[in-house]
Design a protein around this ligand. Structure first.
Ligand code: AHR
Length: 658
C-alpha cells in the first residue's frame, strides 16, 4: 500500500514536471503575406445609451436647454419668482421659451436653476461659455445675473462665479458671457437671477459649454472622452446606434435630418433608453440632437475613422413591436429611401446640391467622403429583406461605389441568423452586421468562428460585441481577456471580417442602462476599461497582412490540447506582431517558430507588451483608472525559434523585426 502510494506520488510529480516543461509550439509562416488587413478592421460604435451623448460626449452642460421636455418643459430646471413658459419662440421646431418677470416684491427674486446632467461638473479656473437667446418683449434693457453655484457647500456664498448680462431690445438675439468658477465642483448648478430694474425678459436655448472642448469646437465634445476615442486609433466609426436608429415607434426613430443645421432648431427626440429597463429608469433622458450627424462626420474625420452611419429601414424596433402595422408598408417606404440618398448627398455632395449646401453652411464645404452606409439595425424575419431590397436598388443605382451594410439580426447564431445571412448574400450586401453579447463559454468556444466562413459572400462587420458574465453583467478583466482571445479569430480571418466594433462605447456612472461599456465617466473624470486597452492594442498592432500561425497544423483557437491558448500573427512592413492570449490559470511556455524565411535570414525580437492579472473580476475605476494597463516586457533574442514564458490570464503581443 505504502509502495503504491509512493508510486502514485512519483507519477503525479512526473506529470507536473512534464506539464511545466511542455512548450507549446506556435509555427508562423512568413513565406508569403496573407490577406490584407483593412484600415477599418478595428473601430468604434457610438450609441446614445448610458447618457453617451447629452450628459456624456456632447459637452453641453445644461439639461433641457430649449424647454422642450414633453411632459414638463421645466424638467431639469427649478424656477422661482415669476416664470412663465411660452410657446411662440423664435425656433420653429423648438417653440418653447421662458419669460422672467418682476416677482412683485423687492425682497423676492425671479430666476431659474439648472441641475445639469447629474449636476454640472466645473473645474476651477477653466472658462465656460454661457449663451442664451433673449429679448426684452416690451423693448428697453433687462439685466440678468448668471452664476455657477454649489448649493451643497457650507461656504459663505453658493456662487463659484457670477457675471452680469444685459439684454437689449425686443428682437431675439444670442448673448454670450464667460464664467470662470473659483473651485472645482462635480455637481454645481447654473443659476440665473433677474436683477436691476427687473424688466421682463424672455430666454430661450440656455447653454453652457466648457471653452476647452475637443478641437475647440463651439458646439463641441468633452475633451477627455473624445481623446479616449482618438487614442483607440479607430478605423471605422459607426453611429448613431443601435436600437435608437429604429425607434420604439417610427416617429421616434433617429431622424438624421433633424440632427443637422443650427442647434437651436434641432427638435428634441425621446430616447428609448429612458424606459427600456424599468429597473434603471431615467425619466429625463432625451436626445437634444446637439451631437448630430454633422458632428459625427466631423469627429470621424478628426480621429481618422471611416464614418459608418446606420439608418432606419422603415422597421420600428422589432423587440418592442409585434404588430406589423408598427412598420412602414413597402409602398410607403420611399421617404426612408430618400433619407438614405439625401444622407449620401449631405456627406459627399457638391456644395451646389441641396444637402451638400447644408453641410457647407455648417462649415464643411469639402465632402466627408462617405464610403459605407448601414440600413437597419437588429431586424429580422422576411420583413427585413423585403424592406432592405428597395434601399439596395436605389443606392446602387445612384451611388454604385457605396458599400452597403445589412444585418444578421440580434443573435450570433440560430434561426434568424441562418435565414438572414443567405438573404444578405442574395441582396448583395457588401457587409453583414453581426451582434454578440455573449458569456464566457461562448467566447471561449468561438476562436474558430470565422475560419470556415463563406469566402464568396458578403464580408463580416462584427458590429456589436462584448463578453458578458452570466447573470450580473459588469466590466472586469476576465471578460476583456476573453474578448482579446476571440479577436485573434477576427484578426486571422481579416479577409472576411473587415470591421469590428465593441459595444456599447460610453457610460455615465450615474446614468447607465447597459453594462459592460468601453469608457466610463462622471461629470469630471473618466477611465478606460481593460476592454478599451484590448481594443487599443489590436488597433495599435493591426499590421498590414495576416500571417499563418498554427499549432500542430491547426489554428490556435483555444481548442482541446492547446492549453487555453488563442493566437494570431500579422505582418507590418518588416515587422511581425504575434498575439497570444493565455486564458488558462497556468503560465505557459511557448516557442515561436518562424518558417518561410529566406536562407540564413532570422528574426530579431524587439520587445513585448502585455495585459495580465490574477485579479480577474475587477476593472479600472474612477478612483484607480490605471489599475490595469498594458506593460512592456523583455522579449529579446534572434533566430528562427524564440522561446517565451507567458503568465496565466494574459494577453501578450510579441514584436519582431525581419
Ligand atoms: O448596445 C446596446 C444595444 O444592443 C443596441 O442598441 C442594440 O443594437 C443591441 O441590442
Amino acid at each position: 500500500m505504502h509502495k503504491f502510494r509512493f508510486f502514485l506520488l512519483a507519477l503525479a510529480c512526473l506529470a507536473a514536471v512534464s506539464a511545466q516543461a511542455q512548450s507549446y509550439q506556435l509555427d508562423i509562416d512568413l513565406k508569403k503575406p496573407g490577406a490584407p488587413i483593412q484600415s477599418t478592421q478595428y473601430g468604434i460604435f457610438f450609441e446614445d445609451i448610458n447618457y453617451a451623448a447629452d450628459g456624456g460626449l456632447y459637452a453641453e452642460l445644461v439639461k433641457n436647454r430649449s424647454f422642450e421636455f414633453p411632459e414638463d418643459p421645466l424638467q431639469g430646471w427649478k424656477a422661482f419668482g415669476k416664470v412663465e413658459v411660452k410657446d411662440d419662440g423664435p425656433f420653429q421646431r423648438n417653440p418653447h421659451y421662458v419669460r422672467l418677470s418682476d416677482p412683485g416684491h423687492p425682497h423676492k427674486w425671479t430666476g431659474l436653476d439648472n441641475e445639469g446632467f447629474f449636476g454640472i461638473g466645473v473645474k476651477q479656473g477653466e472658462s465656460y461659455r454661457f449663451s442664451v437667446w433673449a429679448r426684452v418683449p416690451d423693448g428697453g434693457t433687462s439685466t440678468l445675473r448668471v452664476e455657477l453655484a454649489n448649493t451643497a457647500s457650507m461656504g459663505e456664498n453658493h456662487y463659484l462665479c457670477q457675471e452680469t448680462l444685459v439684454v437689449n431690445g425686443a428682437q431675439w438675439k444670442q448673448y454670450e458671457i464667460s464664467l470662470t468658477p473659483d473651485a472645482t465642483v462635480a455637481k454645481a448648478i447654473l443659476r440665473i437671477f433677474l436683477v436691476g430694474n427687473r424688466t421682463t425678459v424672455d430666454l430661450e436655448h440656455v447653454s453652457l459649454f466648457p471653452k476647452d472642448t475637443w478641437m475647440g469646437h463651439k458646439n463641441g465634445l468633452r475633451k477627455d472622452l473624445a481623446q479616449a476615442l482618438a487614442d483607440l486609433h479607430p478605423g471605422v466609426f459607426r453611429f448613431p446606434g443601435g436600437c435608437i436608429v429604429e425607434g420604439t415607434d417610427l416617429a421616434t426613430r433617429y431622424n438624421w435630418k433633424n440632427s443637422v443645421g443650427p442647434v437651436e432648431n434641432r427638435p428634441l427626440n425621446e430616447n428609448r433608453w429612458e424606459y427600456t429597463f424599468p429597473h434603471r429608469f431615467y425619466p429625463d433622458y432625451f436626445q437634444s440632437y446637439g451631437l448630430g450627424f454633422f458632428e459625427f462626420f466631423q469627429l470621424s474625420e478628426e480621429i481618422g475613422a471611416e464614418p459608418l452611419p446606420i439608418l432606419s429601414c422603415g422597421l420600428a424596433c422589432q423587440f418592442q413591436n409585434e404588430d406589423v402595422e408598427a412598420h412602414v408598408h413597402l409602398d410607403e417606404l420611399q421617404p426612408y429611401i430618400q433619407d438614405a440618398l439625401d444622407l449620401i448627398e449631405f456627406a459627399n455632395g457638391p456644395v451646389t446640391s441641396t444637402w451638400g449646401k447644408v453641410r457647407a453652411d455648417m462649415g464643411h464645404p469639402e465632402p466627408f467622403n462617405l464610403k459605407f452606409i448601414g440600413i437597419g439595425n437588429e431586424q429580422w424575419d422576411s420583413l427585413y429583406p423585403e424592406h432592405l431590397e428597395p434601399f439596395v436598388k436605389a443606392i446602387r443605382a445612384a451611388y454604385p461605389a457605396m458599400k452597403i451594410v445589412g444585418s444578421s439580426g440580434p443573435d450570433s447564431e440560430g434561426k434568424q441568423f441562418d435565414y438572414l445571412w443567405p438573404e444578405m448574400k442574395r441582396l448583395g450586401a457588401d457587409l453583414v452586421d453581426e451582434h454578440f453579447y455573449r458569456n464566457y463559454g461562448w467566447f471561449l468556444s468561438q476562436g474558430a468562428r470565422y475560419d470556415n466562413y463563406d469566402r464568396k459572400g458578403p464580408k463580416v462587420f462584427a458590429g456589436e460585441y462584448a463578453c458578458h458574465a452570466t447573470g450580473r453583467k459588469w466590466n472586469h478583466f476576465f471578460a476583456s481577456l476573453l474578448e482579446a482571445a476571440f479577436m485573434t479569430g477576427i484578426e486571422r480571418n481579416a479577409d472576411v471580417v473587415q470591421m469590428a466594433t465593441y459595444a456599447p462605447l460610453f457610460a455615465h456612472v450615474e446614468g447607465w442602462q447597459w453594462r459592460p461599456d468601453l469608457i466610463w465617466y462622471d461629470n469630471l473624470r473618466s477611465f478606460r476599461t481593460v476592454s478599451w486597452h484590448v481594443q487599443q492594442l489590436y488597433s495599435q498592432f493591426r499590421g498590414s497582412n495576416t500571417l499563418k500561425l498554427t499549432m500542430d497544423g491547426a489554428n490556435v483557437t483555444g481548442a482541446d490540447g492547446q492549453g487555453g491558448l488563442f493566437a494570431s500573427a500579422v505582418l507590418d512592413g518588416n515587422k511581425v506582431y504575434v498575439k497570444v492570449v493565455n486564458t488558462s490559470g497556468d503560465a505557459r511556455t511557448i516557442d515561436l517558430n518562424f518558417t518561410g524565411l529566406k536562407k540564413k535570414a532570422t528574426l530579431k525580437a524587439t520587445g513585448g507588451i502585455r495585459l495580465s492579472s490574477t485579479e480577474l473580476y475587477q476593472d479600472n475605476s474612477l478612483e484607480d483608472p490605471e489599475h490595469y494597463t498594458p506593460k512592456s516586457f523583455v522579449f529579446e533574442g534572434e533566430g528562427t525559434t524564440l522561446q517565451a514564458s507567458i503568465p496565466a490570464f494574459s494577453f501578450n503581443i510579441f514584436t519582431l523585426e525581419r
